[in-house]
Design a protein around this ligand. Structure first.
Ligand SMILES: [Fe+2]
Ligand SMILES: [Fe+2]
Length: 487
């Protein structure tokens, strides 16, 4: 199928809504048959987006009046344009990718004369095709041919394809980190949903994904740490769990952990709040302060976690670490906190690590019941003040060492009157105040998509640093969402 490259903001936006609407429609057709009234509205919305894409900016996107969505590896392309996944869209993206893979679909093309009837019939076939047979793609294709569909054409998945990544290795590793991040969110949400429904969940998928996170961390790639700046309010618990996992891995790496121990630490971090799946949503997402009763429910989540792990398939060493961490992560170094222990035993090493990274992510994010997020450097100062009481005094120093004095995502004002966002921390803590910074506001106060500059760079003539941090800026005060610089 021939496609033509199209680039443009409007198309990018429309492309995202196409994926989202397709996901809604496919999900609806899994419950309702094509003639059901529930299918009407999502079908019309999808058709409208398809038509808009076909005639975006007054000129045909394809030149042939055709729109093709392709799956290559773990990415979706719309008429050869790679669709970027973001935090709002990841659920739909993952869903479409999964459903295409289950059916062996590599491309889905809509013809110019596509109408609601064809879309609805296609959805019916898509939902009902038997996935257990050896070649669901062929079966689906036959159904489409028999129904003489001319405006919906599917193509098989290509096992080997030429990677259409950019020539920029940084861009590629960024994409890989992003993809892993979103996959981890999906994996943790699946386990937590099963626990909520009292089903036997499995750690298998999550374990595989945590292993790829470990690989990324071991490559000393700062992209993954940058992604902890993503804030997803609707999916706070999943988003928080993944951030805690990344931060814990960064710390584990500083502690010299090997691959096996890192993966154990990552899993324990990912599921530290497993028990939150048992807390009623009205309490979990309450926008105002908790009442004493609500607090007492919230304080039970470590115990709910323990019960959740017990229900998981097969108890092994890994589930024991997950249980211990879930139980201990709100216990302080001095054993205050919760749950109350009958016998006073010191908190385990894993528990002490997670309690640090958990607190840091909670402080720096604006979950519903924590209205004003702390900027990263303030969160660190606040936590350092509790060294020896709430936190292990040595581990907290190692944590600062791992994420830097100016953690990735910190907004900084420079002596050049430019404003930047910390993009990568320097390899040595001795140069901790000289990270790599992406310039986002120029000296004239204009927002820019500037270059990434190394604050460690010296002026060749004077040997003085070219740029220096004057102060940090509280991004939330200025209503700046720093996460956009990491996507
Ligand atoms: Fe917790
Ligand atoms: Fe937590």
């Amino acid at each position: 199928m021939r496609t033509k490259k199209v680039v443009g903001d409007a198309q990018v936006k429309l492309g995202k809504s196409l994926v989202n609407q397709m996901a809604i429609l496919f999900k609806t057709s899994q419950i309702h048959d094509p003639t059901n009234v529930a299918m009407i509205q999502p079908t019309e919305r999808l058709i409208q987006t398809i038509k808009e894409l076909m005639s975006a900016d007054g000129e045909s996107v394809t030149g042939e009046g055709e729109l093709t969505l392709e799956l290559k590896g773990d990415y979706l392309f719309l008429n050869s344009m790679k669709l970027k996944m973001d935090i709002e869209g990841f659920v739909s993206f993952m869903f479409i990718i999964d459903e295409f893979k289950k059916r062996g679909i590599g491309s889905l093309a809509f013809g110019q004369d596509i109408g609601p009837e064809e879309i609805k019939r296609f959805c019916g076939f898509f939902a009902t095709v038997d996935l257990k047979q050896s070649n669901p793609f062929q079966a689906l294709e036959q159904l489409l041919q028999r129904a003489q569909m001319v405006n919906v054409v599917i193509g098989p998945i290509e096992e080997t394809f030429e990677r259409e990544g950019s020539d920029d290795p940084f861009q590629d590793s960024k994409e890989l980190a992003k993809n892993t991040y979103f996959k981890t969110i999906t994996a943790v949400s699946e386990v937590m949903q099963s626990v909520k429904l009292k089903q036997a969940a499995s750690f298998k998928k999550a374990k595989r994904i945590v292993q790829s996170m470990v690989d990324l961390i071991l490559q000393e790639d700062s992209t993954l740490l940058g992604l902890t700046n993503l804030r997803c309010h609707d999916e706070y618990t999943y988003n928080h769990s993944v951030n805690v996992c990344i931060l814990a891995l960064a710390m584990g790496q500083r502690l010299g952990y090997n691959r096996k121990r890192l993966s154990e630490l990552g899993m324990a971090a990912l599921f530290h709040d497993l028990g939150k799946s048992e807390i009623p949503l009205e309490v979990l997402n309450k926008p105002s302060e908790f009442t004493e009763d609500e607090w007492s429910i919230m304080r039970r989540h470590p115990i709910f976690s323990v019960k959740g792990v017990v229900r998981l398939k097969g108890v092994n060493d890994l589930s024991i670490s997950v249980t211990i961490v879930a139980c201990e992560h709100h216990l302080n170094y001095d054993l205050s906190g919760y749950p109350r222990l009958a016998s006073k035993r010191p908190v385990s090493l894993l528990g002490r690590i997670i309690s640090i990274v958990d607190c840091y992510d909670a402080l720096t994010s604006s979950r519903v019941y924590n209205r004003v997020p702390f900027p990263p450097d303030r969160a660190l100062r606040f936590m350092l003040n509790k060294a020896g009481t709430a936190f292990d005094p040595i581990l907290i120093k190692i944590f600062v060492n791992a994420i830097g004095v100016y953690p990735i995502g910190t907004m900084v004002f420079l002596n050049t009157k430019e404003i930047g966002v910390v993009f990568a921390t320097p390899p040595s803590i001795a140069n901790g105040d000289r990270p790599k910074v992406k310039l986002v506001v120029d000296a004239g106060g204009h927002e820019i998509d500037g270059e990434v500059v190394d604050l460690g760079k010296l002026d060749p003539k004077t040997q003085a640093p070219l740029r220096t941090i004057v102060k940090t800026i509280d991004a939330s005060k200025y209503k700046i969402d720093v996460s956009k610089y990491f996507l």
